[in-house]
Design a protein around this ligand. Structure first.
Ligand code: AMP
Length: 213
């Protein structure tokens, strides 16, 4: 069984790494940000998301646990964007314990604030296939058009400068404590998020080989 968490501040490269991990380990990638964006017109959720604040714990916890009970998570899963608060992490442990499961690895991508700001302000995403580009470092072949499916790329509302600052501050105040939480459980692997994604995956893969039965 491989139950993993991909952790890190916004813009650390979680989405890119998640694709590599889920493909190589053949496990389901569950991004709470993507799940919530599917409900972006929900009048209760939208204000949290567009301002960079976290949606209430009880809402996200119920959504994630419902999803984890489905058959396609039986062989393992990769959570991306969850947990993000201490309560979410404690509830996740409780939920997994009840289902005779546990968190097997937490891969923590670390990058500095100035890199986060650079990455997020230049990010353009494809609303159709999830492709991700960067106008500075990885532009699409044709301006504003997805290389993979031809859809028009969007600049996420929460990738605007004021919201980026709020998201970094939310991470510092509410999410960063989870590094210690998982370190104490001996499941944490810290990674330099500026390394090449394939190098990062190689380190994750070695960690899994050596630590996950
Ligand atoms: P992300 O794409 O992971 O950066 O998530 C986008 C937005 O969705 C966040 O800024 C939050 O508003 C919301 N969100 C995603 N995951 C969570 C979570 N675990 N807890 C609370 N809010 C979340």
């Amino acid at each position: 069984m491989k139950n993993f968490i991909l952790f890190g501040p916004p813009g650390a490269g979680k989405g890119t790494q998640a694709k590599i991990i889920s493909k190589n380990f053949n496990i389901l990638h569950l991004s709470t940000g993507d799940m919530l964006r599917e409900q972006k017109d929900d009048p209760i959720l939208a204000p949290y998301m567009s301002s960079g604040k976290l949606v209430p714990d009880e809402v996200i916890i119920e959504m994630v646990f419902k999803r984890l009970q489905r058959d396609d998570c039986k062989e393992g899963f990769l959570l991306d964007g969850f947990p993000r608060t201490l309560l979410q992490a404690e509830k996740l442990n409780e939920f997994l314990r009840k289902n005779n499961k546990k968190v097997d690895g937490v891969f923590c991508l670390l990058v500095s604030d100035d890199i986060i700001i650079k990455r997020l302000s230049g990010r353009r995403v494809c609303p159709k296939c999830g492709g991700s580009f960067n106008v500075n470092s990885m532009p699409p072949k044709k301006e504003n058009v997805c290389d993979f499916c031809g859809a028009e790329l969007v600049h996420r509302k929460d990738d605007m400068p004021e919201v980026i600052k709020e998201r970094i501050s939310v991470y510092e105040k509410q999410s960063k404590v989870l590094i210690d939480f998982y370190d104490k459980l001996n499941v944490l692997l810290k990674l330099d998020g500026t390394l090449n994604p394939n190098v990062i995956f190689e380190r994750i893969s070695n960690f899994v080989k050596n630590n996950v039965k």
